[in-house]
Design a protein around this ligand. Structure first.
Ligand code: PCA
Length: 223
């Protein structure tokens, strides 16, 4: 008899980087492990902390996807200075690191995947997700750049993996602001409390599970 695996979603966060001692993405994601989401609690949340390291972050992510066979993969990262939940529209096939990663690698103008296309769009109904967060009273925006550091690298690798492995899986990336305790050390920077980030992530997963198709609304884009 084959073992029945409960349908699941995979949420990832990152290790701290760039001199910070915490990463708000893992602080929130870690606390959602095992929670049920979706209509009638159809899916369970599995979580994974990714290292802030080029290449290694992707091999860890692929291992988790192989292990769980998730219906949705949502990767989350810190973008200090952004003002709300930043739903990423696109990942570029470029690594261009402003600072070294956590093991000292600093690729400049290299490709994420040598033979890959220039970009991939998120496989999520991003406008619908944006609208839903806004209507739930959570600051949000559509972002047109995930940067050129480890987060963009992970988003690109994730979407390339899903495309080339023909996985039936929704996938994308959101950047989140600093936690208030971090913003206290970055005068003028916006922040979002952990409770609100967790609520936003849960709402995003529910909405993605409920709808694959997008809607046409104006994006609150600043990036
Ligand atoms: N943010 C970085 C990498 C890890 C993270 O949380 C980025 O935006 O690339």
């Amino acid at each position: 008899m084959t073992k029945q695996i409960k349908p699941c979603v995979l949420l990832t966060g990152f290790a701290p980087f760039g001199g910070e001692t915490i990463n708000p993405s893992w602080e929130a994601v870690n606390q959602l492990e095992g929670l049920a989401v979706g209509s009638l609690d159809s899916h369970i949340i599995h979580t994974k902390e990714l290292p802030c390291e080029f290449d290694n972050a992707l091999s860890e992510l692929y291992k988790a996807i192989d292990k769980y066979h998730p219906s949705v993969v949502l990767c989350v990262g810190q973008a200090g200075g952004r003002v709300g939940i930043s739903i990423e529209r696109v990942a570029l096939n470029v690594n261009d690191a402003r600072i070294p990663d956590n093991i000292g690698n600093q690729p400049i103008d290299t490709k994420v995947i040598e033979t890959g296309p220039a970009a991939y769009f998120a496989k999520l109904p991003i406008k619908r997700l944006f609208n839903m967060l806004k209507n739930s009273g959570i600051p949000a925006e559509i972002s047109n750049t995930a940067g050129t550091y480890v987060c963009n690298h992970v988003m690109y690798g994730l979407l390339h993996h899903i495309e080339t492995q023909h996985l039936d899986c929704q996938a994308g990336f959101v950047h989140i602001p600093y936690l208030p305790s971090q913003a206290a050390h970055h005068p003028g920077a916006a922040s979002m409390a952990n409770e609100m980030v967790k609520k936003a992530l849960t709402l995003l997963l529910n909405e993605a599970l409920a709808h694959k198709d997008d809607i046409k609304v104006v994006a609150g884009t600043t990036h």
